[in-house]
Design a protein around this ligand. Structure first.
Ligand code: HEM
Length: 205
């Protein structure tokens, strides 16, 4: 018998898909800027600069909305891995992704209203949303306003560490996004969790 539970409220779904779209736009334009060369751009350089700046500012505003809405709604609690046995549950989940899923095993920690995320998801989502994304946004804002950067850092131009941090944190976010889309196919059916993020409803087995 399947039980339907309402997991993701509208504000969260709208935030999520707007965030995903902006990350996609920032990823494509960011790659065009980083690997720019005589015949090496996905998007024309000056157009990529303009789109990247506007999408970056929109992402910063959207991030502010996420932090406030997540705090006010209490959804932030989902991002806290609950003890005891966090490491053990992370390992069980990793083993499922690497091995169990290919042998037809069932998801070890199915989504419930109380715990949408397994322990591994909680830790990774926390790192992405509360560490990597703010680093990328703040370093991007400094990049946009270079006068905010210190003149020199570690004996180098002050903007260099900011640029490095921006590039590295953004690269990790893009890698997260790719693996996140893939891991999202590991629900009851390959499309189940994506449907849940569209409709808000999850069908528990
Ligand atoms: C097209 C790209 C994307 C797809 C298809 C996708 C898909 C999904 C799905 C199916 C869920 C719900 C199930 C789950 O929790 O795993 C989800 C949740 C989530 N996604 Fe994505 N995602 C995408 C991009 C992103 C990006 C770029 C980020 C952040 C940089 C992100 C961050 C999150 C977070 C934080 C949650 C949990 C939301 C909550 O319940 O509080 N997603 N995503």
């Amino acid at each position: 018998m399947t039980e339907r539970i309402y997991l993701f409220p509208l504000w969260l779904r709208l935030w999520h898909w707007a965030n995903a779209l902006l990350i996609l736009v920032l990823g494509v334009t960011g790659i065009s800027l980083h690997f720019a060369g005589p015949d090496m751009y996905l998007v024309d350089f000056s157009l990529a600069v303009r789109i990247h700046n506007v999408a970056g500012l929109a992402l910063a505003a959207l991030y502010g909305f996420f932090v406030i809405a997540n705090a006010v709604s209490g959804n932030w609690w989902q991002y806290v891995p609950k003890s005891p046995g966090v490491l053990q549950r992370c390992w069980t989940q990793t083993r499922f992704y690497l091995w169990g899923v290919f042998k037809g095993e069932h998801e070890p920690f199915p989504m419930t209203r109380e715990a949408n995320f397994n322990a591994l998801q909680a830790i990774i989502y926390w790192l992405v949303m509360y560490l990597l994304l703010p680093i990328t946004i703040v370093s991007g804002l400094i990049y946009l306003n270079p006068q905010w950067a210190p003149a020199r850092m570690f004996g180098l131009d002050g903007l260099l560490p900011v640029a490095l941090l921006h590039y590295l944190s953004a690269a990790v976010i893009l890698m997260f996004a790719i693996s996140h889309v893939y891991l999202g196919t590991m629900g009851a059916r390959p499309t189940s969790t994506h449907k849940t993020m569209i409709t808000g409803w999850h069908e528990a087995e």
